[in-house]
Ligand binder design. Structure first.
Ligand code: GTP
Ligand code: MG
Length: 207
């Protein structure tokens, strides 16, 4: 697979049910590999997609948690699909929407056969809760590659970041998690994340 340059971002569609997920193919007719961006509400998923794509308004962001309530599909470089997943754990989202989150994400992970990598976004100032652990369990259960993206690192001093990252990873209880720092506002981590995504996709191909 060619290296993803993160050019030509395209919004494809919004979907709630699996029968409405788009079927995406590369120019040569092969199915596109897919990357999903997951994590707690307000962690910065939609903002990170816009920053990665260098496109201010591709994914809708908001200071009100619970903005993204369905799955949003994008493509980049006409080669790779990206999914912005709804966040979990926000109390003010209507009960019905909150209850539908688990089954929606679970069925997406199980049914989306070309889903290769999960970007698990996690606010560097927090500690994992039960919902975060559940997401990690699903990722492991479905044998997807995962990159833990520690977001909003601008909120912590440079000296504190590594120690906080180690604490979070330890609290998840899985020692082989690969992680990286990200800040949209301070423009930190884009190149490194692109490098890690390309590497993850290459190792997926070798499996
Ligand atoms: P849901 O759609 O509710 O799941 O949220 P989300 O994870 O998509 O978060 P979103 O991208 O909408 O961002 C939530 C808030 O965090 C917004 O006010 C963003 O401006 C802010 N934010 C996102 N990234 C960063 C960052 O790197 N640093 C700081 N300081 N704020 C950020
Ligand atoms: Mg969002």
């Amino acid at each position: 697979m060619k290296k993803i340059e993160f050019k030509n971002p395209i919004f494809v569609k919004t979907a709630l049910k699996s029968e409405h997920y788009p079927k995406l193919f590369c120019e040569d007719g092969t199915p596109m590999h897919e990357i999903a961006v997951a994590g707690r509400s307000n962690v910065g998923k939609s903002s990170l997609i816009n920053h990665l794509f260098r496109h201010g308004k591709m994914a809708r962001t908001s200071s009100t948690p619970g903005k993204t309530q369905a799955l949003n599909f994008f493509t980049i470089d006409d080669t790779l699909a990206f999914t912005d997943l709804p966040g979990y754990g926000f109390a003010k989202v209507p009960e019905k929407v909150r209850r539908s989150w688990g089954p929606m994400i679970q069925s997406y992970m199980e049914k989306r056969e070309h889903l290769k990598v999960i970007l698990f976004l996690f606010d560097i100032r927090r500690m994992p809760n039960d919902d975060d652990r559940k997401l990690l369990e699903w990722v492991i259960h479905n044998e997807k590659s995962m990159i833990l993206v520690l977001t909003k690192v601008d909120k912590l001093g440079k000296g504190q970041r590594q120690a906080q990252a180690s604490k979070i990873i330890k609290a998840f209880g899985a020692d082989n998690i690969q992680s990286t720092f990200y800040s949209v506002t301070k423009n930190i981590g884009r190149q490194e994340l692109i490098r890690m995504i390309n590497e993850a996709l290459i190792s997926e191909e070798e499996v």
